[in-house]
Structure formats: structure tokens, C-alpha cells
Write a protein that binds this ligand. Structure first.
Ligand code: PGA
Length: 248
């Protein structure tokens, strides 16, 4: 079994003062050698602050998006090399909020994953179905299509990515997928990765969507759930730490 990964997704929350208080509280509660890998994915303007506070600790950090382009005339975008300059170990790509509000296609998400890998940053590739797609019985087809685009683009490097299954209907809603529902999708994703690389067992498959201290242990006990991508609960140090402690 791979080491689990608990990654916070702060989304568009925080301030210099709030971030410092949150990170100091998380760092104070984190063991020197946690049983799981732990990270926070923060808004890009705060990367320097987070790097300064977390360097040399057990808490890694990352960003929430990256440009599909290497450099140049792309006003407002942030490149993978820039994220690398600030010590990012991870970057979330293809979060459903970006697919939905910024029209990111499967191909764009795949290009972003590729850029991250080329810069030595682990992309956390998000996939997941909407409630309507689930109701229509399309869950498997949707997540497989989303992941297939990434596998097609990155090839054998798929062994270097992290995948986060985040059912859109569970994000920020308090409606968590049951451990069985999540495991069923994770098994599909694992099989798809197995078909692409002999290293499939080392690819971490995270669950995300209203994961909290009360439901984390049961989700993380599933055979193909290797960690969590935590939104709301990552903004509260004690809740985030309790989820980290559930990841053994
Ligand atoms: P949530 O968000 O934990 O607040 O549901 C998860 C995510 O969107 O990554």
C-alpha cells in the first residue's frame, strides 16, 4: 500500500494574517514524521508566505491551477516553472470549479498536467461526475473520459500523477459519497491506470467532497482510497489535523 496523502484545497480563501494563524496551528499539531504525506494547496499570491512558513517542515505545499503554456503572452496565467520557484510539490489541475466556471476541457487539463510533470511538480488531477450524470448512470464513463485524456497526453508518466475523485455533487455540499460509492469509482480508476502503467499501485487516488473528521476514517479505509483532497475542513486547523490523524 502506498503512503496516504492528505491535501488541503484552500480555494479562494485566506489573507496574510489568517494563513499565518492557520499554518502555525497546523504545524504545531503535525508530528515531525506524520504517517501520511500532508500538503496545502493555496492561492498563488500566498506561495511565498507559505514557502517561508513551511520550508523544512513535514507540510508540503502547492497551487490550485497552472498554465497549459510554458511562458509568454498569457496575461494573468502562472507557469509551472514559477510554481517550482516557490517550492510547490503539487498543483491541482482540472478541479470541477475550473472545468465549470472557466470552461477547462479534458484536453486543457491534460496539457496542464503535462506542464506540471515537466517542471517536476506532481499534478493532482481532479475527475468527477455531476449529480445529473450520476443519476443518468454516466459516472464511470465521465471519470474514465476525463482520466483518459490525461493518460493519452502524459503516457507512461501517469505513474507520477495523483488523481482526485471528486463527485461534483459532494463538493462543499456536506453530501459525501459513501465509502462504497467512492471505492467503486476508485476501483474503476485504478483499473484504468493499471492498463496504462505497470506502476499503477503507486498512483495515489484521493477522494474529495465534504471529507471531514467524522467520515474520513471510513473513506480512507477503502482499499483504493489513498488519501483525501480537503476543501472546507482544511481551513480549520483542528479539523484538518483530525483528518491527517485518520490517515494511517
Ligand atoms: P470540500 O471541497 O471538502 O469543501 O467539499 C473539496 C474540493 O473541492 O476539493
Amino acid at each position: 500500500m502506498t503512503r496516504k496523502l492528505i491535501a488541503g484545497n484552500w480555494k479562494m480563501n485566506g489573507s496574510l494574517a489568517d494563513n499565518e494563524a492557520l499554518l502555525r496551528a497546523v504545524l504545531a499539531g503535525l508530528p515531525a514524521a506524520p504517517a501520511a504525506d500532508v500538503a496545502v494547496c493555496v492561492p498563488a499570491p500566498y506561495l511565498a508566505q507559505v514557502q517561508a512558513l513551511c520550508q523544512g517542515t513535514a507540510l508540503a505545499w502547492g497551487a490550485q491551477d497552472v498554465s497549459a503554456h510554458e511562458r509568454g503572452a498569457y496575461t494573468g496565467e502562472v507557469s509551472a516553472a514559477m510554481l517550482r520557484d516557490f517550492g510547490c510539490r503539487y498543483v491541482i489541475v482540472g478541479h470541477s470549479e475550473r472545468r465549470q466556471y472557466h470552461g477547462e476541457s479534458d484536453e486543457a487539463v491534460a496539457a496542464k498536467a503535462q506542464r506540471a510533470l515537466a517542471a517536476g511538480i506532481t499534478p493532482i488531477v481532479c475527475v468527477g461526475e455531476t449529480e445529473a450524470q450520476r443519476d443518468a448512470g454516466q459516472t464511470e464513463a465521465v471519470v474514465k473520459r476525463q482520466l483518459a485524456a490525461v493518460i493519452h497526453t502524459v503516457g507512461h508518466c501517469v505513474s507520477e500523477i495523483v488523481v482526485a475523485y471528486e463527485p461534483v455533487w459532494a463538493i462543499g455540499t456536506g453530501k459525501t459519497a459513501t465509502p462504497e460509492q467512492a471505492q467503486a469509482v476508485h476501483a474503476v480508476l485504478r483499473a484504468q491506470i493499471k492498463a496504462a502503467t505497470p506502476q499503477a499501485a503507486r498512483v495515489k487516488l484521493l477522494y474529495g467532497g465534504s471529507m471531514n473528521p467524522a467520515n474520513a476514517a471510513a473513506l480512507l479505509a477503502q482499499p483504493d482510497i489513498d488519501g483525501g483532497l480537503i476543501g472546507g475542513a482544511s481551513l480549520k486547523a483542528e479539523e484538518f489535523l483530525r483528518i491527517v490523524r485518520a490517515a494511517v
